[in-house]
Design a protein around this ligand. Structure first.
Ligand code: NAD
Length: 360
């Protein structure tokens, strides 16, 4: 297969983790006989330094013409004092909007080899953590009417949670499709005991569920869900969330797996290319030291292969390769513990690429 992949290196550790991921993609290409054509459009601080804006039109065009977009991370103190519209993060928001990305999909997986890194007790982690947060990304309270006004007690501010049936159906279908390829369970999160938007969310998700009789649906109030994630995360398969609840719960789910350097995410639209990235930022404190953990970015590339290019066997091969490297005791500093072999970011990338070439 031939594919065009737009690769945005970004800022801070972005170029280091992206180089490791490209090494792994090249190994996949060699092993399975694919050709990946990479382009390297600029975004974030790197784009500001070169072109004066965080998201040049050329970058949008290149991404739209690609089959998928792989991103390192953007931002850093160098650009923190610029005006709001020139901040690196504006580039990311602009790109999400240009690509029409309405869903954010974030797996939270605890590796057996890293159980001790979880802040949860061993009695909880022994049952494993392998859940997928499917978050609605373009609706809800972050996008509803908002503002400041004079109320009876003086100035007040308001934000409004708004969801249409169409928006809920679209994200619910995606969650059920994802569940079909996993353990066939969807937990839909809402606040239906208080919010009308929550009641519409619950009714709509229940209706979508009728088209997926094999998938077990449960509804859970968001406050209970936040508690259940730390009480017994093994009960969850796919967590379907409105925008704000997904924002919060996906960080909670990430935390219980131990390291921010291990988790990828994908943002998906209807027709345009998906965007794949690690969940962490540009980590300016360790940029340039070759100590970042590249696994989240390698896993983002793996998600890209199955979600955008239909290459599921290749995704599984990358995942197995990462497991094999961890089994052999190799660790970047963020997940290192006594008795393990400490390796750099680039070395970790090379080790995974080598395993890809030989993993059956
Ligand atoms: P961060 O995720 O960059 O870093 C938080 C901590 O985690 C740091 O101590 C960092 O060293 C560590 N860390 C992060 N990734 C790591 C990895 N792969 N391996 C090892 N350690 C890792 O969050 P922050 O410090 O709040 O933000 C730094 C910059 O990143 C800011 O400019 C922020 O706006 C930006 N940011 C960008 C994105 C994105 O591009 N999607 C997301 C979040 C933050």
């Amino acid at each position: 297969m031939e594919s065009n992949i737009a690769v945005i290196r970004g800022d801070g550790i972005g170029p280091e983790i992206i180089d490791a991921a490209i090494g792994c993609l090249d190994a996949v290409a060699e092993r399975f006989g694919h050709t990946f054509h990479y382009t390297f459009p600029l975004m974030g601080g790197a784009a500001i330094d070169t072109t004066g804006v965080p998201l040049p039109q050329e970058t949008i065009d290149t991404c739209l013409q690609s089959d998928a977009v792989l991103l390192g991370a953007v931002g850093g103190p160098k650009w923190d004092n610029l005006a709001g519209h020139l901040r690196p993060e504006k580039g990311l928001l602009g790109l999400r909007s240009a690509l029409g990305l309405y869903a954010n999909v974030r797996p939270a997986l605890l590796y057996d080899q890293l159980r001790n890194d979880s802040p949860l007790k061993a009695s909880i982690t022994k049952k494993g953590i392998n859940l997928m947060v499917v978050r609605e990304l373009t609706g809800g309270i972050y996008f509803g009417p908002r503002g400041f006004r004079q109320g009876k007690n003086g100035q007040e501010a308001f934000d409004t949670e708004v969801y249409s049936i169409n928006e809920i159906e679209r994200i619910a279908k995606l969650a059920f499709e994802i569940a079909m390829g996993r353990r066939k369970k969807v937990t839909s999160v809402d606040k239906a005991n208080v919010l009308d938007s929550g009641r519409l969310w619950r009714a709509t998700v229940s209706r979508v569920a009728e088209s997926y009789p094999e998938v077990r649906l449960e509804h859970m109030l968001v406050d209970n869900c936040a508690m259940q994630i730390v009480r017994d995360p093994s009960q969850f398969d796919v967590l379907l969330c409105p925008n704000m609840f997904g924002d919060i719960l996906s960080d909670e789910a990430a935390m219980i797996t131990g390291s921010i350097g291990l988790l990828p995410s994908s943002s998906l639209g209807t027709t345009k290319p998906g965007l794949y990235e690690p969940i962490h930022g540009s980590a300016p404190d360790i940029a340039g030291t070759d100590t970042a953990n590249p696994i989240a970015t390698v896993l983002a590339a793996a998600m890209m292969l199955s979600s955008s290019l239909g290459l599921t066997q290749e995704t599984a091969t990358i995942e197995k390769a990462i497991n094999a490297v961890l089994d052999k005791g190799y660790r970047t500093p963020d997940i290192w513990s006594n008795g393990c072999k400490k390796v750099s970011c680039s070395k970790m990338g090379e080790l995974i690429a080598l395993e890809i070439l030989k993993t059956k």
